[in-house]
Design a protein around this ligand. Structure first.
Ligand code: NAP
Length: 288
């Protein structure tokens, strides 16, 4: 039995969808039952809050492998630490942790590195998945202005980023959860090309058939915009720190881990835009 945590999240949702197509028994953990919706056929649903250890303890009955997801917040190392305290007392024999590329060079990846250190110290066999930034971030964060202003904003300058499609992260997770041979491994998951935001704007323009611009901002006005959009200060600072990493060209390396594990090339950004075209429909002024 495999437990998929964070099953309502961007990655967890996709892992659940893909693992449900295999023959393995799957249990999906949602923090709140209201987000569970209708599970794929054959998937058990449980509610788990890492702050309430008894909920995870119950969810782990009969579980051998766990896909561990923590939220991208200041609490990530503490929450995953609490989860690991319960996991170490269970029969789980492998934890596949969703981590992040970037080592200790920016706030978000540093938190994951801290959590990885703790997981390693518990002695529970682990697999660390360290993806670069997700292609789907452009849907979650930038589609609103792309669709109303034909523009998106950032402070990445001309930094190249080898973004990865969440569907590839999930496909690797399913392999690590269902095959032997992945324990003790750390995989750095990237796309097959590193693009600047100006190149991304060009691909969007060509694929969507309207001119999309990337507008580079200084970090201070971008921070103001994030705060006034309701992003908490810690998250705004972590996002800006990540943009700094990107601007410095430190998220540009392309690895072969996805291809080696999946036996095919990662999804390219142009394909991602074709598949998510529905998310980029022009509205208001942008529709002309
Ligand atoms: N975005 C990127 O480009 C990127 C790149 C590399 C790595 N990552 C990392 O990938 C991870 C997942 O990203 P994501 O976009 O899938 O995040 P997400 O959509 O925010 O999902 C986080 C999940 O954690 C659950 N959760 C939150 N607090 C919990 C608690 N106390 N107990 C149990 N579950 C809890 C959430 O449940 P609710 O829905 O109920 O809140 C949600 O299902 C993050 O750690 C992030 O740092 C992201």
């Amino acid at each position: 039995m495999i437990l998929i945590t964070g099953a309502s999240g961007n990655v967890g949702k996709e892992v659940l969808k893909q693992v449900a197509q295999t023959k393995v028994q799957v249990r999906a953990a949602f923090q709140s039952a209201s987000k569970a919706g209708v599970p794929p056929p054959g998937v058990e649903i449980v509610t788990v809050d890492y702050n309430q250890p008894q909920t995870l303890r119950a969810a782990l009955k009969g579980v051998e492998r766990v896909f561990l997801v923590g939220p991208p917040t200041a609490q990530l190392p503490a929450l995953e630490g609490k989860a690991m305290e319960v996991i170490t007392q269970s029969d789980v024999r492998q934890v596949v942790k969703l981590s992040a590329m970037g080592g200790r060079e920016a706030i978000f990846p540093r938190q994951h590195a801290q959590s990885e250190d703790y997981i390693q110290s518990t002695g529970v066999p682990y697999t660390f998945l360290r993806p670069n930034g997700f292609m789907q971030n452009i849907v979650n964060y930038n589609a609103p202005t792309i669709n109303t202003q034909n523009a998106f904003y950032g402070s990445e300058g001309d930094g190249r980023v080898s973004q990865i499609d969440i569907r590839d992260v999930a496909a690797v997770a399913v392999k690590a959860l269902t095959e032997d041979g992945h324990a003790g491994k750390a995989y750095t998951l990237t796309g097959s090309e590193a693009l600047t935001n100006r190149e991304i704007a060009q691909i969007l323009s060509e694929e969507l058939g309207r001119e999309i611009a990337y507008i580079n901002l200084q970090p201070a006005p971008l921070r103001e915009a994030l705060l006034s959009a309701g992003v908490p200060a810690w998250n705004a600072d972590a996002l800006l720190d990540l943009q700094r990493l990107y601007r410095e060209g430190k998220a540009a390396n392309v690895t072969r881990d996805v291809e080696q594990i999946l036996g095919r090339k990662p999804i390219r950004f142009v394909q991602f835009v074709r598949d998510y075209r529905h998310a980029f429909e022009a509205r208001g002024k942008a529709a002309g």
